[in-house]
Write a protein that binds this ligand. Structure first.
Ligand code: NDP
Ligand code: 8X3
Length: 256
């Protein structure tokens, strides 16, 4: 909480999709936010849109750079230092090929961003939450951490890690008033698929076509809801899908 009583949320990956929508949702409720991302211009635009530097502290940051994350999040300006909610949102999928055809660099990028980035941010901010005896860590898992689909291989593995890490944090924090939530969305329209398809907008659009996918605002609503419940309530997991999606998917096909 800041000196003027406003609560503070730190949202990684605030330049697009869920992160930007979440920043808007929290600011609308009177919170101050710290947003991070690699695209400086986007951070500046969102900062301007949401009321400027008194309300939004923007940090240009690559979550894979451990020293940079530790430095930036470990040394926040006083007005943004007492983070009430950390939203570990920055992440990505790269590719949808079967495991034997994947690019090892892309696998490493997913592990470094989706797993290590979450670890760096959490490990940097958690001690102060424990010291203050207040806080909430909200991680972006995925239905991909719960169910398997072809081509999901390493991306699914990273999100399964995030789910289990969330449970582990909750186990470690048992007895302390610090909350942990894993938000596990299904098909949601954002830049996620353009990134996954390596810039192929047409392919990304066709994935969502006619399916009424979730929107970033839907996910921001889930995140804000978990954060705004009374302090004695911990939402462990939120799994959310569009009505058009299902986990029913066991198939059998002839061997080639
Ligand atoms: P977007 O692609 O729209 O946004 C991803 C955000 O992550 C951007 O702000 C991007 O910022 C940031 N990011 C990616 N890599 C890095 C990095 N190395 N360092 C810093 N920031 C980074 O995707 P979504 O909003 O849809 O996804 C957000 C999270 O939700 C991800 O963790 C994703 O796995 C998860 N998710 C998404 C689903 C979907 O269907 N869309 C469903 C379930 C989970 P920048 O590029 O500026 O660095
Ligand atoms: C993103 C959802 O189903 O594309 O995490 O893996 S999915």
């Amino acid at each position: 909480m800041s000196d003027n009583g406003a609560k503070i949320a730190l949202i990684t990956g605030g330049t697009a999709g869920f992160g930007a929508a979440t920043a808007r949702r929290f600011v609308r409720e009177g919170w101050k936010v710290v947003i991070t991302g690699r695209r400086e211009q986007r951070l500046g635009q969102l900062q301007d849109e949401l009321g400027g530097a008194d309300v939004v502290h923007a940090i240009t940051l690559d979550m894979r750079d451990r020293a940079a994350v530790e430095q930036a999040l470990g040394d926040l300006p006083p007005a943004f230092r007492d983070v009430d909610v950390l939203v570990n949102n920055a992440g990505l999928a790269l590719g949808i090929e079967p495991a034997w055809g994947c690019d090892m660099d892309e696998w490493e990028t997913m592990v470094d961003t989706n797993i290590k980035g979450v670890l760096y941010a959490t490990r940097t901010l958690l001690p102060a939450m424990v010291e203050r005896n207040r806080g909430h860590i909200i991680n972006l898992g995925s239905v991909a951490g719960n169910y398997a689909y072809p081509g999901g291989n390493v991306y699914m593995g990273t999100k399964a890690f995030v789910k289990q890490f969330s449970l582990g944090l909750r186990a470690d924090l048992y007895g302390k008033p610090i909350r942990v939530t894993n938000v596990e969305p299904g098909l949601s329209e954002s830049e996620f698929s353009v990134v996954r398809y390596r810039g192929d907008q047409e392919k990304a659009d066709s994935l969502y076509e006619g399916k009424s996918p979730l929107t970033p605002d839907d996910i921001a609503e889930c995140i804000y809801w978990a954060a705004s419940l009374p302090p004695h309530v911990n939402i462990n997991r939120i799994e959310v899908m569009p009505v058009t999606q299902s986990f029913a998917g066991l198939h059998a096909k002839p061997t080639e």
